[in-house]
Ligand binder design. Structure first.
Ligand code: ZN
Length: 290
């Protein structure tokens, strides 16, 4: 597929941030993007405010795939709930095992299924996974701000807790995603290990053993508490997986506790200026051995 001159210019404008778009004129950019979910002529949304005057409320955000810790800590995360199918079973199993997890919740599902999590979160953490499982990379800041705020308020209303973490659906993120995360003071949390349900669909014990064997200190493990049938292979084997992790000396913690353990550790990211800090946080996570 060829790249049109217009698309290229749009991309350059997004990349260059202030100067070039200011020359092109914000009004022109708005006209192109006003009714399009793909800002700047089909390109990606910029990581700066279109009016060039409003900085995000926080000077930086960080993107985490895993966390640098010396202790054998692992964070188990569940995406896409709450849904009647499987969320209650997952919560029951975690209760039985006294294992904490972080739930990246979809706002409209929290509204529809509030009873499933109300009073049931105990040791767990709740976090933002957008209102309707949005592909964030394709939306501009205004869209994302509205979406995340609505989800944040819904989660707070039902759980009484303030989310501090964002996981963009599909792991898709663009400039506007990190800008919106900075606006809310969220840390963007991806993952370093995931359930390979389709590979192990006929070999459930193998999946539990694979996860227990592949975990490292600071691993963020992706699972789902809803979705297609093959994901049941992971959910049914949670006890085996968690027991296996514990037998190897791992402790399960929430993502925020994992991040907290890193900041207490001498190996954690050092406090430097805003721009250097963002780079160093990403660099640390990328350099993790998995
Ligand atoms: Zn998701």
């Amino acid at each position: 597929m060829g790249i049109s001159r217009r698309t290229l210019l749009g991309g350059l404008a997004a990349f260059a941030g202030g100067a070039l778009t200011a020359v092109a004129g914000d009004k022109a950019a708005q006209a192109i993007t006003a009714d399009s979910p793909l800002p700047l002529a089909g390109g990606y949304a910029p990581g700066t405010h279109s009016d060039r005057r409003t900085p995000p409320r926080h000077s930086h955000t960080s993107v985490r795939w895993s966390v640098d810790v010396s202790q054998k800590l692992v964070a188990l995360t569940f995406d896409d709930g709450p849904m009647p199918r499987w969320t209650p079973q997952v919560l029951d199993m975690l209760d039985e095992l006294k294992a904490p997890a972080t739930f990246f919740l979809v706002g409209e599902r929290v509204r529809a299924n509030a009873r499933l999590i109300h009073g049931r979160l105990g040791r767990h953490e709740v976090a933002n996974h957008t209102w309707s499982h949005l592909d964030m990379a394709k939306r501009d800041f205004g869209d994302l701000h509205r979406d995340l705020l609505r989800t944040h308020v819904q989660i707070r209303t039902v759980t009484g807790r303030e989310p501090t973490l964002l996981r963009p659906p599909y792991g898709h993120l663009g400039g506007s995603t990190v800008l919106a995360a900075a606006e809310f003071g969220y840390t963007v949390v991806l993952w370093s290990l995931q359930m390979l349900e389709s590979v192990y669909v006929h070999h459930p014990a193998g999946l539990a053993d694979y996860i227990a064997g592949a975990a490292r200190p600071g691993t963020i493990l992706l699972a789902h508490d809803t979705g297609p049938e093959d994901r049941l292979v992971a959910i049914r084997n949670l006890p085996r997986m968690i027991t296996g992790l514990r037998q190897q000396g791992f402790e399960l913690v929430t993502v925020s506790d994992l991040l907290g353990a890193a900041s207490e550790s001498p190996a954690g990211p050092s406090a430097t200026g805003p721009s250097a800090e963002g780079e160093s946080a990403a660099g640390h996570a990328l350099g993790a051995p998995h």
